[in-house]
Design a protein around this ligand. Sequence first.
Ligand SMILES: Nc1nc2c(ncn2[C@@H]2O[C@H](COP(=O)(O)OP(=O)(O)OP(=O)(O)O)[C@@H](O)[C@H]2O)c(=O)[nH]1
Ligand SMILES: [Mg+2]
Length: 726
Amino acid sequence: MAAMTWVRGASLGALRQAAGAYATGVPRAFTAIAPAITASASATPASAVPSLLRHCSGGGGGTGGGGFAARRWFHASVAGSNSASDGDGAGDDSAAAKATGVRNFAIIAHVDHGKTTLLDTLMTMGSQTVATERLMDNNALEKERGITISSKYTSFPWRACVLNAVDTPGHADFGGEVERVLDMVDGCLLLVDATEGPMAQTKFVLGKALQKGLMPIVVMNKVDRENVTEAGCAEVESRLFDLFAAMGASDEQLDFATVYASAREGVASLDLDEAQRMCREGGGDMQPLLDVLLERVPPPPGSPDDEFSMLVSMIEHDSFVGRLVTGRVATGRMKVGDRVKAMRRATGEEVPGADPPKEREIGRVTKLFTSHGGVRVPLESAAAGDIVSVAGLNLATVTDTVASLAVLEPLAASPIDPPTLKMTFGVNDSRLGGREGKNLTGRTIWDRLIAEAETNVALRVLQVEGGSGDKFEVQGRGELHLGVLIENMRREKFELSISPPVVLYKTDPETGKKLEPLEEVVAEVDEEHVGGVIEALSLRKGELTDMVMGGGEGGKTRLCFLCPSRGLIGFRAIFINETRGTGVMHRSFHSYGDYRGSMDRMRKGAIISTATGVTTLYALGMLESRGTLFVGPKVDVYEGMIIGENSREETMEVNPTKEKKLTNMRASGNDETVRLTPPRAISLEEAIGYVQADELIEVTPTAIRLRKAELDSNKRKSTARKGGQE
Ligand SMILES: Nc1nc2c(ncn2[C@@H]2O[C@H](COP(=O)(O)OP(=O)(O)OP(=O)(O)O)[C@@H](O)[C@H]2O)c(=O)[nH]1
Ligand SMILES: [Mg+2]
């Protein structure tokens, strides 16, 4: 019998049908193809390939690690994909073995607990080749930083089902990415690092999943680590249970399944001992986890026989087909060529009949895709339950409903938490403006920001009131959220003037009191740094809420704080310094709470240039003892640019371009003999945390400079008297 392959243009329905047909007793076509692939690829020694990639050899017998050195999409064979179950398939009458159709699930967790790595391993169970670690982290910044920034979905077959998995970011700043995809799924894997246990963002994502009524499956990950013990896991499980209960989980949700896994080693088991043994001795795979998933994640609820409707959860841009709207088909079927409409979100306030929901646009489905490991694969049709990307709509956006023309009511969408922080993005009007970038005007910046806000759902972009079209307010969830956008724009050759971040206050509607965003901070530090960290956070109005000696990894003390977001801007660098780089810190939005009062400024004075020109070794040599310099010699500077930090509190204005006076006297040394300490390089992130209210960050493709907003020293002095900056 010929093996089934993912066919270009095939419908998911057809794939499912075929999957059902191949559920049992089929030849393992996969095993026949795998050795061919491994043999033809590069000869990287297996030992040089991470263990996960070696696992990918699936039916290839585990010898062909090098076979994955080249990225290669294996046209997934449903028959082959079930290699793990083939051996014991006969007589398997478990719920998992009987399951058919589609299952949609998200992988959610705190940052770095192993979501993307787990998805690599799960995909390989569906016979898909994963040639690089963390395959789904496929954009440049994700690869560089080793973190997931945006949610992405991928589809792979398992047993008689098609699984659609959504990888989500774990960093608190990208929490909006988790919220927006939970409408697409019917279950989730809650990953927890078995040594770290539940962390701040575990709580956040779990809360969102429970609110949506999902039944999380707990995956205790990284059990390959030596310090994972039975007692430790029991402790983590009990903390998780308490967390579920504290977050209002129903009895059904509290009855969660726990699977022990090592995403890196590609091993999962319902039994910790067995999982650890397989990590040590080899063998094992992800089948136990996938089977729990089939048993516990319900099939999507909608009927394929109703009219077509789909809630838009993501917007993407494809260089060939243009704009793509992605979501789960809620009801009905659709195919390429169908006429569909997009409707605005139901706010819950519409009066039925009297105020029909507005149509945003009517269009035709020009292309339809699913995704295999981030690679788009065309389809011809889709049905209720499928997660697909649709081309052909120009205006439909996240939370809109795409539906057949007969549908009148849009689907309800979950609201996304509001932004907590804002920055102003303006045209770069410094003396060096326009030299290094290509995208310089207010118009191009505005267009780019609008395009970003379309796909980046937790971001809001506004024109600055009374501005002349060259300054825009960008609101987001945190410094990193906005920092990533700035970094991307730099790479696209934009030049920008960025103001320091300011938190977004709210007013309590009942009491009229000012409220500010508060964050939960969990820090794990060695005992000798406990005092310093507590002091640094108390200065920032942080309250210590919990302290567990030896509660962190490696016997570190775990400290929990509730701290105003405004106090945490730029805190990471201070924390690293305070703990000599040994501490670990995580933050996560907690709530809006009473304004905690004003905070003292905690930065030293700036060293500001009074001249425009090129720095000299001579001038910098004279300045060096006064503080820390941010620029070296022969660097372009301008009046009002911050070139260093004073070792004292007050601001210092200097001329770093001064040349040595020429005299007839023979000097004992000359410029060339002056040796300078290398300047302190300021990264974008540091700059965001560093600048004060009357300062700006000049961002160009090649430089990050700090400057006073007002470049003229005299004007600065007169406005400084007004004070009152937050
Ligand atoms: N020892 C061990 N390390 C693991 C395991 N799974 C993941 N890691 C490592 O943990 C780190 C983070 O893995 P990722 O998969 O990027 O984690 P993530 O949850 O996707 O991270 P974000 O998307 O940034 O939140 C990487 O260095 C992985 O190699 C595991 O099972 N065992
Ligand atoms: Mg990730």
